[in-house]
Design a protein around this ligand. Structure first.
Ligand code: SAM
Length: 287
């Protein structure tokens, strides 16, 4: 769909005050936020001095939405006369966020269009994470700053690196690989768009489901073997050899020794195989 036909673009064009957005953002806004239109939501935007986006979001969501603006510049208080709630403070100050959420309670959406430094973006997400209602979202704009020298590129602590680390946290929920590293407790999904990253929030209980559950289906008499290494003849031969020598495993000492050797050799071959695969896959890692 052309961005001009989106609901968010119509609201943007209708805003009586100045706002600048990437053309690519409007389709993303519609995809991420359409479900909240007409609902009694609480929407928080960081960076609202010019007021243009405040009016845009009121038009987009409807009059029943509670729209809260966060701004470092005190002049933004003028927008209170237009029915918006404005809080003056810095998004890079965790104490400001703590006090804010104590006052306004949990919210549905936080959208960050503030100063765009890594520190501001990361502290905004960290501060908002425990204060979003299940089903809500945190959306961070202008994440291209993660690739700009003036913002610190290259850095292992850019916003995009931070978001990728949270992706690791989602996968670490799986019990098979869960480590002492804390997993993401409330993020169900992270979506990356051109210069926008969106985090979907759910309750901790609803996300604590990372374990297999069988259905009631019957099992074929001869179970299909895993064909993971079917195209790796050496590994397949090795695994078949271990199966063929299963008989010897019944002998007390020799059997145990053979088993240990078999498992060790197979492990080594798997590691070697993965190393070779990784080497071949290098060309797909372009950036
Ligand atoms: C890109 S403008 C926001 C534009 C607005 N969202 C719009 O579309 O109309 C960025 C805003 O973030 C504010 N800002 C910068 N650093 C901030 C900080 N640390 N805390 C809160 N607001 C900040 C600036 O004063 C400025 O008004």
């Amino acid at each position: 769909m052309t961005y001009k036909n989106t609901k968010s673009f119509q609201a943007f064009i209708n805003s009586p005050f100045r706002s600048i957005k990437h053309k690519s953002y409007f389709n993303v806004y519609d995809a991420l936020l359409e479900e909240y239109i007409g609902k009694e939501i609480t929407f928080v935007e960081v960076g609202v001095l010019d007021g243009g986006s405040l009016f845009m979001w009121r038009d987009f969501f409807g009059e029943q939405a509670r729209i809260i603006g966060i701004e470092i510049n005190k002049s933004a208080e003028a927008w209170q006369d237009h029915g918006f709630e404005i809080y003056i403070g810095s998004q890079s100050d965790p104490n400001f966020w703590k006090g804010l959420f104590e006052e306004i309670g949990k919210v549905d959406i936080v959208l960050d269009d503030g100063g765009h430094t890594y520190q501001q973006q990361i502290i905004t997400v960290e501060s908002a994470l425990g204060n979003i209602k299940p089903g809500g979202k945190i959306i961070v704009e202008d994440t291209y700053t993660s690739y700009q020298k003036e913002y610190g590129y290259p850095s292992n602590h850019s916003f995009i690196k931070y978001a990728a680390n949270l992706v690791d946290g989602i996968n670490l929920r799986t019990p098979k690989i869960r480590t002492s590293k804390d997993s993401n407790k409330v993020i169900s999904n992270i979506s990356f768009y051109e210069s926008i990253v969106s985090f979907s929030i759910e309750s901790e209980e609803s996300l604590d489901l990372a374990e297999g559950i069988p259905n009631n289906g019957s099992i074929l008499e001869k179970q299909a073997e895993s064909l993971r290494y079917a195209d790796k003849p050496i590994l397949t031969k090795l695994e078949n050899l271990i199966i063929a020598f299963k008989f010897f495993q019944n002998f007390p000492v020799l059997g145990k020794l053979l088993k240990i050797c078999g498992v060790l050799v197979t492990k080594c071959f798997k590691i070697l195989n993965n190393r070779i695969d990784n080497f071949k896959l290098r060309k797909y890692f372009k950036y």
